[in-house]
Design a protein around this ligand. Structure first.
Ligand code: B12
Length: 212
């Protein structure tokens, strides 16, 4: 199993869409990988792609091919991931905040939460404050997860928190933020209830805030 997961990770790093889809099917056929192992390998692959981009080894086309490999693999893997759900999760609204279009890390967290048994409403990227608030009300969310990858998203995060407060929605809703460029200090300053850096810590924060 670990060999297939390793090959899967390498296929994503290489931007090999067909290879990563075929390996996703192999992971399902082997049947012994946990949801956490799968999302850990997806994250590690994209972190590697991110650092290759930053060091100038990869350019935007390579990165977008890897992103497509993740997206297509998740489409294959999601039913398998959901079969293995173990938590009785709450209702989650998630999206990338206004002005920000990064979605790879968000999509991985969405899949991991669904796999863990949460009901997840994914609003996509560049999501306005109004859209977040409407969805939180509509589905009576327990958790609002905000992805923010660039530091210029700070006003958007502050606006969402201010509107939630004004509308009296803060008592029954926990807000968690995360994404590249986030630090515990940034999260504290903005005033969210929780912050996490990867799949494992995100699941831990969600469980803690829901009192599981
Ligand atoms: C891929 C990428 C892109 C791709 C995005 C493709 C896509 N479909 O998402 C493209 C090329 C489009 C892009 C564009 C830009 N990018 Co860019 N991008 C990256 C890069 C290299 C990797 C991001 C990634 O996918 N990482 C892999 C995933 C798995 O990790 P992740 O995103 O961090 O997600 C994990 C955690 O953060 C966490 N997480 C994610 N969301 C959430 C939410 C919650 C609630 C929680 C708890 C946890 C959590 O869990 C995830 C899984 O482990 C990063 C650098 C980096 N190393 O992060 C820069 C980076 C994020 N980009 C950056 C910038 C500046 C930009 C641009 C403004 C560039 C430009 N000048 O045009 C534009 C932004 C346009 C916009 N309006 O948003 C900067 C942000 C810097 C800053 N401090 O503001 C970074 C940090 C690069 C850098 N060092 O300068 N980018």
């Amino acid at each position: 199993m670990s060999q297939t997961l390793e090959q899967f990770k390498q296929a994503i790093v290489a931007g090999d869409v067909d290879g990563s889809v075929a390996l996703s099917a192999a992971i399902i056929a082997e049947g012994d990988a946990t949801a956490e192992q799968i999302t850990d390998h997806l994250s590690a692959a994209m972190e590697e792609v991110g650092s290759r981009y930053e060091t100038g080894e990869y350019f935007i086309p390579e990165m977008l091919r890897s992103a497509e490999a993740v997206e297509r693999s998740l489409a294959v893997l999601e039913p398998y991931l959901f079969e293995r759900q173990h938590d009785q999760g709450g209702v989650v609204v998630m999206g990338t905040v206004k002005g920000d279009i990064h979605n790879i890390g968000k999509n991985i967290i969405v899949s991991a939460l669904k796999a863990a048994g949460y009901e997840v409403h994914d609003l996509g990227v560049n999501v306005s404050t109004a859209k977040f608030i409407d969805k939180v009300k509509q589905v009576d969310a327990d958790l609002l997860l905000l992805s923010a990858f660039t530091t210029s998203t700070r006003p958007a995060l502050l606006e969402i928190l201010a509107v939630l407060e004004d509308e009296g929605l803060r008592d029954n809703l926990k807000v968690i933020s995360g994404g590249a460029s986030h630090s515990p200090e940034f999260a504290r300053e903005v005033g969210v209830d929780g912050f996490a850096v990867d799949v494992k810590s995100t699941l831990a924060v969600c469980r803690k805030l829901l009192g599981d």
